[in-house]
Design a protein around this ligand. Structure first.
Ligand code: APR
Length: 250
């Protein structure tokens, strides 16, 4: 049985699925990944834009960059890969989606049990008192200061910062109890998110990787589906839902 057939047979048999996604699943919506050919970290300075030190040094520069990213998120749509994951969710009593993405595309595609490991761009948070404010348009330089004396920052987990405790605990518990783990569009180089697909799952958990390229997660994968998410995931869903080619013996 090939990897695709084995993956869909496992997805059919289980009622406990954990999904981990990275920026690759949004690539076909038109958003850049981080480390790919035109990736954000190829054309921008990580330490100046996505770190507490960078924000302290130049909050206006950081907001300029995040305002641009938010505008890009608003201009794109969820793709067939996001939709397929939202459709898969309906099939499992125990389903958790942990995403490293901050683009809100999973929520816009209809996914419900979504853990945003690295935060999101729907709100800003005061770095002193924790007050939050919704982000409608671009945050202007004169809106950065907060009355408490702190400054509004993007509600994003930056390099060197811990993930939100309750989000991490729920993601780690879901990864540890899942019978099947589906990993889509991540290079698996950033911890602790990557450990959800490599160290957290039980030894007997079946790990499926959907990615056009080999990654740091590939050695743990039991089924490797080499291809773009917006092509592979809908085909996987249609087959699991019984409308595609046979899954092989289930
Ligand atoms: N479908 C599926 N996967 C794809 C596609 C696609 N169409 N296009 C690219 N990919 C894969 C790439 O092969 C790569 O493995 O997506 C992955 C993107 O990897 P990265 O650019 O490293 O992004 P990601 O893994 O999400 O980064 C993790 O690093 O910078 C931090 O916080 C940031 O959340 C981010 C984290």
């Amino acid at each position: 049985m090939g990897d695709f057939e084995e993956a869909c047979a496992r997805l059919r048999r289980t009622d406990s699925l954990f999904v981990l996604t990275g920026s690759g699943i949004s690539q076909e919506s038109g958003l850049p990944t981080f480390r790919g050919v035109n990736g954000l970290w190829r054309t921008h300075r990580v330490e100046e834009l996505a770190s507490p030190q960078g924000f302290a040094r130049d909050p206006v520069l950081v907001w300029t960059w995040y305002n641009e990213r938010r505008a890009a998120h608003r201009d794109v749509q969820p793709n067939a890969g996001h939709v397929a994951i939202a459709q898969l969710e309906e099939r499992y009593a125990d389903f958790t989606l942990a995403t490293q993405n901050v683009d809100s595309l999973h929520l816009r595609a209809g996914s419900k049990n979504v853990l945003e490991l690295h935060g999101h761009l729907r709100e800003a948070r005061c770095d002193r008192c924790g007050a939050r404010r919704p982000l409608e348009g671009a945050l202007q330089p004169d809106e950065i200061g907060h009355t408490c004396g702190g400054r509004f920052r993007p509600d994003i987990v930056w390099f060197g910062e811990p993930l939100p405790e309750n989000i991490w605990a729920r993601a780690a518990a879901a990864a540890a109890r899942a019978e099947v783990v589906l990993v889509v569009g991540t290079s698996g180089v950033v911890e602790p998110a990557a450990s959800l697909a490599t160290r957290a799952p039980r030894r007997e958990a079946f790990v499926i990787e959907v990615n056009p390229e080999e990654t740091a997660i590939t050695p743990r994968a039991d089924a490797i589906l080499r291809g773009p998410a917006a092509t592979v995931l809908p085909r996987l869903y249609e087959t699991v839902a019984g409308r595609g080619v046979s899954c092989g013996p289930t």
